[in-house]
Ligand binder design. Structure first.
Ligand code: AHR
Length: 512
């Protein structure tokens, strides 16, 4: 058994927990929208054709914000195809995913879905095949109150009030040669700056996100961010980050440590943004919108023949997630929370069917993939402030990322309830960890602790339509409280959430 130790201090605050850390992503891709969140005729469909089983799971997941409508899709999208009478909406080729877009769902329907799910929308405009005018047009349609052509069109389409969308992505992954309308950093920076200026002329206090690199593996990573930010620094609020991880060639050890890469990625983008800020003598700090992150078995997708039959809602990248994937997803959320001072928005990609925590079958059930659970628990328990969390524990060697800690953790402290939440992974594949958590700096003598752990002796175990609850977090019985702290045993390849509540002297006394 390994030993690890953690001392928490309520004064060591990184930043408040940003609720927007728990964002997700809905792209018109594969079966995310069609037969994912929308399926008229499904037994659970409501009057708008939305699957209420998926809506219920979305709420349970604790999602706060949804990026929409893409993704690669948005770089060829004409938003106006998706408004007005449905029987007059055009069918179009989606060149990003070589499928057919029926436009049955457009912005008006999606806003209705988002209202039902109680989530904020982060809207991406097309800066691939389009530009400033079309960005202004969609902004007028969704956010202008009325008395103009496009705002009145929205009202005629049934939405009297503007939608008030605040978060706007200035395109998607335009550094990628696969992207429709792919551009050089200089050309994109110019277009993003012009679009930002125009959108701010329409509505000054929008929150604008400029595209960073589509991955830290891009040859232009760093240089792209620097060039784009040089042109947009004073005009935007965020730069985007995208990262997908997978297990390569059975190297589980490296895969389990991939959150160290996310840490490094964030630190690199922060350093790049701050260096531009310094050069511009600006006091402003650019924040990071990590608006695509997840486990994605991208190499499997790339080794298959391309989707090529131009169908509506084909099955694309419906990855089935196992226990190790869930531990990694929990760990990636630990990394995002740890950086809450600079990463103030994040979207797990995607929500339903397409590399997603929620799976559905057309006409059939909806279920929680393994990766659903760490997201849902973290979203529910992370409250108040994120605390600086440094684990004193062993390290191990990985092929991809060098030496990595066996135990990685982050904690939050909610001054309103005095609850401390700790999220922790054990990356060792064979050995358990005995973790002690010192809470003596919080003043309380005694604590009650609820701990749940996601673990399975078979790290390849998955949830399926037939066995939807094969992998779920279970109460961890190897937890005990001691004066001023907690001791817990973390099994190999596991993710654990602890909620520690101080026992007040009146706790346990009845009213009588
Ligand atoms: O989420 C799947 C795809 O990954 C998105 O469309 C794109 O932005 C990214 O490369």
């Amino acid at each position: 058994m390994h030993l690890a130790h953690l001392i928490l201090d309520p004064a060591a605050v990184v930043a408040p927990v940003n609720r927007r850390t728990f964002g997700t992503f809905v792209e018109h891709m594969g079966r995310c929208v069609y037969t994912g969140l929308y399926e008229p005729g499904h037994p659970s469909a409501d009057a708008d054709g939305f699957r209420t089983d998926v809506l219920a799971l979305t709420r349970e997941l604790g999602v706060t914000m949804v990026r929409y409508p893409g993704g690669n899709f948005v770089s060829g999208y004409r938003w106006e195809d998706g408004v007005g009478p449905r029987d007059q909406r055009p069918r179009r080729r989606d060149l990003a995913w070589r499928s057919i877009e029926t436009n049955e769902i457009g912005i008006d329907e999606f806003v209705r879905w988002a209202d039902k799910a109680d989530v904020e929308i982060m809207y991406a405009v097309n800066l691939g095949t389009r530009g400033v005018q079309e960005a202004l047009d969609v902004h007028e349609y969704v956010n202008h109150f009325g008395g103009t052509h496009l705002a009145d069109l929205r009202r005629a389409n049934g939405a009297e009030k503007p939608y008030g969308i605040r978060m706007w992505c200035l395109g998607n992954e335009l550094d990628g040669p696969w992207q429709l309308g792919h551009k050089s950093a200089e050309a994109y920076g110019q277009l993003a700056a012009a679009t930002a200026r125009a959108l701010r002329a329409a509505e000054p206090d929008l929150e604008l996100i400029v595209c960073g690199s589509s991955s830290s593996m891009m040859p232009t990573f760093g240089a792209w961010e620097a060039t784009v930010l040089e042109q947009t620094y004073d005009l935007v609020d965020y730069v985007s980050c995208h990262a997908y991880y997978e297990e390569h060639d059975g190297d589980v050890g490296s895969f389990l440590a991939c959150a160290t890469d996310m840490d490094h990625f964030v630190d690199s983008v922060v350093a790049t943004a701050d260096s531009i800020g310094a050069r511009l003598r600006s006091k402003k700090k650019i924040r990071l919108s990590f608006d695509e992150w997840n486990v994605w078995y991208l190499s499997r997708f790339q080794s298959q023949p391309p989707v090529d039959d131009w169908r509506v809602a084909p099955r694309v990248i419906e990855d089935e997630y196992n226990v190790a994937d869930a531990v990694v997803v929990g760990n990636l959320l630990i990394s995002l929370l740890r950086h809450s001072d600079r990463v103030t928005a994040a979207c797990q990609a995607q929500l339903v069917n397409v590399i997603a925590p929620i799976r559905t079958e057309p006409g059939g059930p909806a279920w929680r993939q393994t990766i659903f659970h760490p997201f849902a628990r973290t979203a529910a328990l992370a409250r108040g402030d994120v605390l600086r969390t440094v684990v004193d524990g062993p390290a191990y060697q990985t092929d991809r990322y060098g030496a990595a800690p066996v135990v990685d953790a982050v904690a939050t402290y909610d001054a309103a309830t005095d609850d401390v939440a700790v999220f922790v992974v054990n990356r060792d594949q064979t050995r358990s960890v005995e973790l002690t958590i010192d809470l003596s700096r919080f003043g309380a003598g005694a604590w009650s602790v609820a701990a749940t752990t996601l673990h399975d002796d078979d790290i390849r175990a998955t949830n399926t339509a037939e066995r939807p609850d094969r992998v779920v977090p279970r109460p961890n019985r190897q937890v005990s409280t001691r004066s001023g702290g907690v001791r817990i045993v973390l099994p190999p390849v596991s993710w654990t959430a602890l909620r520690c509540s101080p026992i007040r002297s009146t706790d346990g006394l009845s009213d009588s």
